[in-house]
Design a protein around this ligand. Structure first.
Ligand code: 5GP
Length: 193
């Protein structure tokens, strides 16, 4: 998505070779118009997949996922993170390793919000090692639903998440696909020097 790539290039800040900050429009301040365009693009990409529910992981996935759900006229479910297991009736839980915090957390969703037979589209802000996406997929599948696709606003393809998801047969769509980055340099997949 060219509009997104140019925003990442203009405003993104590669902290080092693995962490990209896009605080001015996605992770801290949010640009709602850009989020709406992102929502339209995910809705277009998954229009033929019979999606019944959009799911995201708190917190930075919420803005793009809300817009996707709005454009698709579907409910949005936000998976919540806790430091420890809750062991609550009706709550599905799985442990996930956090890319940004370098420690595990417990990802949860109420069983009532993902139904057996649902066809779920998972939207998140970043796809890196795939830990968050695989955690969300474990919960979706534990609820008896199908994970029909993963939509990442930004994917860092030099990290293994995308490859691992594709290898397991999941569909992945990334709106900005970073092939390489270094302090002050970002190169997208398919971009020539
Ligand atoms: P993964 O689980 O795929 O390793 O990482 C995905 C999660 O970590 C995303 O939900 C996102 O919140 C966070 N994340 C991963 N890489 C980055 C990054 O480069 N920048 C920011 N801001 N968040 C990231």
């Amino acid at each position: 998505m060219k509009l997104l790539e140019s925003r990442v290039r203009a405003e993104g800040h590669a902290l080092d070779e693995r962490v990209l900050l896009v605080d001015s429009f996605l992770n801290h301040q949010v640009d709602p118009e850009l989020m709406l365009e992102i929502g339209k693009e995910f809705a277009r990409l998954f229009a033929e997949d019979g999606i019944t529910r959009v799911v995201t992981v708190e917190s930075s996935g919420i803005a793009p996922a809300t817009m996707t759900a709005l454009v698709m006229s579907l409910p949005l479910v936000i998976m919540k993170k806790y430091p420890q297991r809750r062991n609550q009736e009706g709550l599905l839980e799985t442990e996930v390793y956090s890319f940004t915090k370098n420690q595990p957390y417990i990802l949860t969703v109420k069983r009532e919000f993902i139904r057996p037979g649902d066809r779920v589209l998972l939207i998140d802000d970043f796809l890196a090692n795939g830990e968050a996406a695989f955690g969300a997929i474990r919960l979706i599948e534990a609820a008896g639903a199908a994970a029909c696709g993963v939509g990442a606003v930004v994917c860092k393809s030099f990290q293994p998440g995308k490859g691992k998801l594709l290898e397991k047969g999941y569909r992945v769509e990334a709106l900005a696909d970073v092939a390489f980055m270094q302090k002050n340099t970002i190169r997208f997949v398919g971009e020539t020097l």
